[in-house]
Design a binder for this molecule. Structure first.
Ligand code: GMT
Length: 375
């Protein structure tokens, strides 16, 4: 199949999912065309069937906001015609669903049929999409899609709750490439980070308010008062400097290290003993799945789609949003003995295997075939 993919090219979860899916489909022989404003971060190597089409937005002094949607639509129309795309798969509804709808209408006038599938990822529904400045367009884009998927049951339910949806939403959960995300031999990292064999706690996110990064520090302080431990903070974003300041006020602040936007997250996850994800809302929690695939148990909030991933008492524990005492208590119950840590680590990997990309990708392929043949 010839598939176009619209996504955000940045470190966000939806862009990562879109890129990893495209790469895996290309490996199976499909032609994949990414259409976005810069090279997707996970598209770092040459791959035979992968193509990248950059959207350039022509500026003009009249524009206070250059019309990206118009440029993206025009690019999609152009690529679809020239490459004879069979369908387009858009990740993150805003603004990609309405862009694909518009392109479909333009191509229809030219006698070309271009069906589109919209995958809902989270904040496009729970935060951004339901804002009244976007919701009529988002609702329309979803309802006009030839098929709609969401990354968790929880996101499916909130989409029906927040929008007037007339379309069936199918759940296709996020996935993980277990070839890339697996526990690597990085003992020299462990020795450098934790020379006295301290437990290594990790958080990775885009440091947006929804991630509640301050809670990570609060949980860590409570752990650190009881057992020798180090905290690694991966990623960057609006709350980073605030949280760094909070860390500086902590007596053992030298136990906390900010690593920034690391590309090879799996190398650091490989030496982790615990991952903390205390988010306010999380439609799936891809970062937690990446940790689990590297045998790192998860302490998380119980919000959104997290319970569909983190099994309470098995792969880690969940607590109410903001309950840092409970999170710390649960973390200590995992970390205190090697025996319990070993069990949680192995359970985490076993659970991650359920989300193996090789299991999930065929669900998308079946959907593509269904949509194309429904012409
Ligand atoms: O976490 C973010 O703010 C980024 C956002 C995105 O769409 O790029 O992530 C969402 O999509 C991920 C991939 O499907 C999910 O794993 C995240 O849970 C979801 N984030 C939220 O719902 C906050």
């Amino acid at each position: 199949m010839k598939i176009g993919i619209l996504c955000y090219p940045t470190f966000g979860g939806s862009g990562v999912v879109a890129t990893e899916l495209g790469k895996a489909l290309a490996e199976k022989g499909h032609s994949i065309h990414f259409i976005t404003y810069s090279q997707p971060v996970r598209l770092e190597h040459f791959q035979e069937n992968v193509f990248y089409h950059e959207v350039t937005v022509a500026d003009y002094p009249l524009f206070e906001f250059a019309p990206y949607e118009t440029a993206l639509t025009s690019k999609l129309v152009d690529v679809a015609r020239f490459e004879q795309l069979d369908l387009v798969h858009v990740h993150y509804a805003v603004p990609h669903a309405s862009v694909a709808y518009m392109a479909k209408q333009i191509l229809k006038e030219q006698g070309i049929h271009l069906p589109f599938i919209t995958t809902l990822h989270g904040t496009d529904i729970t935060l951004v999409g339901k804002n009244e400045s976007y919701s009529p367009v988002v609702t329309f884009g979803i309802n006009q899609s030839d098929a709609v998927t969401s990354v968790s049951e929880s996101l499916r339910a909130s989409t029906y709750q927040n929008f007037k949806i007339t379309k069936e939403i199918e759940v296709i959960p996020n996935f993980i490439d277990l070839q890339r995300f697996s526990k690597l031999k990085k003992e020299h990292f462990r020795r450098a980070i934790a020379p006295n064999n301290e437990r290594i706690i990790i958080h990775a996110s885009n440091f947006r308010p929804v991630k509640r990064v301050s809670d990570v520090v609060e949980v860590f302080k409570r752990i650190n008062q009881v057992i020798p431990s180090k905290l690694l903070m991966i990623g960057d974003g609006p709350d980073r400097s605030k949280v760094e300041k909070e860390c500086r006020e902590y007596v053992a602040c030298d136990s906390i290290r900010f690593l920034g936007k690391l590309e090879a997250v799996e190398e650091v996850l490989s030496v982790g003993d615990l991952f903390i994800l205390p988010s306010e809302s999380e439609s799936f929690g891809l970062a937690a799945l990446e940790a689990m695939a590297c045998q790192v148990p998860v302490i998380s909030s119980n919000t959104g789609g997290i319970p569909e991933l983190n099994v309470h008492g098995v792969t880690g524990f969940m607590s109410n949003v903001g309950d840092v005492d409970d999170m710390a208590k649960n973390a200590l119950s995992i970390l205190t003995t090697d025996a319990s840590l070993t069990v949680f680590k192995s359970n985490a990997l076993e659970q991650a295997r359920k989300f193996d990309i090789q299991r999930i990708m065929p669900l998308y392929e079946q959907l593509y075939l269904r949509v194309i043949s429904a012409k």
